[in-house]
Every structure is written in structure tokens, then in C-alpha cells.
Ligand binder design. Structure first.
Ligand SMILES: [Zn+2]
Ligand SMILES: [Zn+2]
Length: 328
């Protein structure tokens, strides 16, 4: 990078962007997933993720900096290695994890992972996570959400480079707990996920995306192309000479909407350092109420809590062990 190239840029304040700037990275998302499963020493993570020592150290440091991991030093006798635990902040990414699993299962088939069943202790049944409106209990769909500026509707100055890049394809990760690798592979790059988030506001053209996300044009083209290849967008020609395309969300792309809403709600709560309040207010148009989305069980509509969700493989409980920051 040359000195003349600015290292910062400005975008509309958004809780999704803030959340993505903290954890919207393949390795960060994967580390959080592994810790959720009780994999919490450096060596165990390295083995589970097939990640290099340097990248893992870098991300562990970063996740502690943004208060998403807490390091517990080994015992006084020196026999134990340091362990990493989720914090009150990262435990609340559980909703995102539930919606991630639901999307992955709808759009990808992996015979081995499909044998893992999620059972809700509340009703005793295998379930699919669903997003519902707290006021009317209706399912939350992309087209039923209205937006208006909130008290924190300012602009954010953002770093162009947040973390060291790593080119290893995440789909090569060996972990058998990887219940949403395909999702991580797509959203674990903040420009890609920023583009998807913008498309939920109706943006479809290159210039529209570029005015909201002023990154280098080659980076933006590259991400749009990737999203077409991944089946998140389809290209629709709107002009013949020269040929120009709009990028329209597919059903698979719209299916990611609830995941983004969990991230937005998490960002509203945990990524507002100046305490200005929500950058954007969301309304659930079918009931007219403010949208407080909840992640619930498809069978009994109960709100899913981490300690009430069991993962089973052929009927046997396989975890994950629940991390509770208050009990260590
Ligand atoms: Zn509603
Ligand atoms: Zn249930």
C-alpha cells in the first residue's frame, strides 16, 4: 500500500458493519464456533481448524481486544495451558449460530453433518431455528421489514484493513463441528457481507453499491462475481449496449436475511462505543411494531436458549458444552 492511499473510509453508521468489523472474518467466526463447542486451548484449536500458528495468535489477540474472548491463564502449578472462554458479549452470538445452522441445512447437504440433530429441551423435539417477531409472533421475512434512521444515524470512519488476511480456503477446515462452514466462507469476508447487507436495502447496481461502500472498484467487482458464483445473487441485464447487470438476491440470498438481523441486533447492543443509540430503527410491517426478532423453535415456538439446545448424533448427546462467563 502506498502512502497516498487512505487507510480509512467512511460509510453510513450501521450495526451490521460494526459487528462485521469486529467478527466478520472467517477465522474469527470459526474460533467462536469452536469455543462454543468447548474447544478452548491453542493447540486444540489449531488441530481442529487447520489454521497456522501465526493466524490463530493474531485472531485470538483480536478477539480479546474486542472483548469476545477471555483468556484464562494456566494453573499456578504450571501444568495447564491457557484456555479461552466466551464472554457475555460473544455468548450472545448464539442466535447467529442458530440461524447459521438453519440456513446451512436448507441450502447445503453434507451426509455427515446432516446426521447431527438439534433437539430443543423445552419440547423434546428436533427443530429448525426460526426467526419470529416478538410482538406478533409472525415469521420475519426480508420484505416485511421497514427501516428508518435511529438516534445513532451518523457516519462511521472505518479502517480499510482490520486484520491480517489469510488465503486458506475455509472449506478445507477439518473440524467435524463445522456446522456452517459454507456460511462462514461467504460472510467471513467483510466486503462480501457488506454487499449482501446493502442488497437487503434494495441496492442492485454496481454504482449504488460503490457509493455506499467506497472500496476499490476491483474489490467490489470481485465480491459481486463471487456472490453470483455462490448463488446469492443472480445477474439480470438492464442495459444492452454496453451490457450492464443488476444483482438480484436469489432465495438462497434472501435466506441469509435472519442471520444478518441477528448480527444487527448484536451490533446494536454490543458495538455502540459512543452510546448514541441504534443507527437504524426496524419495523415489522405486518404488525406495525418495532422489530425485536427472536430466534425460536419451529416445533413449540419457544425462544431458543443455549442450555436448552442439545446436539445429538444418532441419538447420542454430543455437546456443545455451554460456556458461561459467570461460572468459572
Ligand atoms: Zn410483528
Ligand atoms: Zn421446542
Amino acid at each position: 500500500m502506498t502512502n497516498s492511499e487512505p487507510s480509512e473510509f467512511t460509510t453510513r453508521a450501521s450495526s451490521i458493519n460494526r459487528a462485521l468489523d469486529q467478527i466478520g472474518d472467517k477465522w474469527c467466526l470459526l474460533i467462536i464456533q469452536e469455543v462454543l463447542w468447548g474447544i478452548n486451548s491453542f493447540n486444540d484449536m489449531m488441530a481442529a481448524m487447520g489454521v497456522s500458528r501465526g493466524v490463530l495468535s493474531n485472531r485470538l489477540r483480536w478477539l480479546q481486544e474486542v472483548d469476545c474472548l477471555r483468556k484464562e491463564e494456566g494453573g499456578a502449578e504450571g501444568g495447564r495451558r491457557p484456555r479461552y472462554h466466551l464472554t457475555a458479549k460473544s455468548i450472545e452470538l448464539y442466535d447467529s449460530a442458530m440461524m447459521a445452522v438453519a440456513w446451512e441445512r436448507e441450502w447445503f447437504h453434507n451426509p455427515q453433518l446432516d446426521r447431527v440433530q438439534l433437539v430443543h429441551a423445552g419440547c423434546g423435539k428436533p427443530f429448525v431455528a426460526q426467526m419470529r417477531c416478538d410482538s406478533c409472533d409472525g415469521l420475519v421475512y426480508m420484505e416485511d421489514v421497514g427501516y428508518s434512521p435511529g438516534p445513532g444515524a451518523t457516519r462511521d470512519v472505518r479502517e480499510k484493513k482490520v486484520r491480517r488476511r489469510s488465503s486458506i480456503a475455509i472449506t478445507e477446515v477439518p473440524s467435524e463441528r463445522a456446522l456452517y462452514l459454507n456460511l462462514i466462507n461467504i460472510v467471513g469476508d467483510r466486503w462480501t457481507s457488506n454487499v449482501i447487507a446493502l442488497s437487503y436495502h434494495g441496492l442492485t447496481r454496481f454504482d449504488q453499491f460503490h457509493s455506499e461502500l467506497p472500496v476499490a472498484t476491483n474489490i467490489l467487482s470481485d465480491r459481486l462475481k463471487l456472490l453470483v458464483e455462490e448463488g446469492i445473487f443472480e445477474q439480470v441485464a438492464y442495459q444492452q449496449r454496453p451490457m450492464r447487470y443488476e444483482y438480484h438476491l436469489t432465495d438462497k440470498g434472501r435466506g441469509l436475511f435472519p442471520w444478518f438481523i441477528t448480527l444487527l441486533q448484536w451490533g446494536d447492543k454490543w458495538c455502540d462505543p459512543e452510546g448514541r443509540g441504534r443507527p437504524m430503527e426496524l419495523t415489522h410491517t405486518p404488525c406495525g411494531g418495532p422489530l425485536h426478532a427472536q430466534v425460536r423453535c419451529s416445533e413449540c415456538q419457544g425462544v431458543l436458549k443455549a442450555h436448552e439446545v442439545h446436539f445429538t448424533l444418532d441419538g447420542e448427546n454430543i455437546g456443545p458444552t455451554r460456556e458461561d462467563p459467570g461460572q468459572n
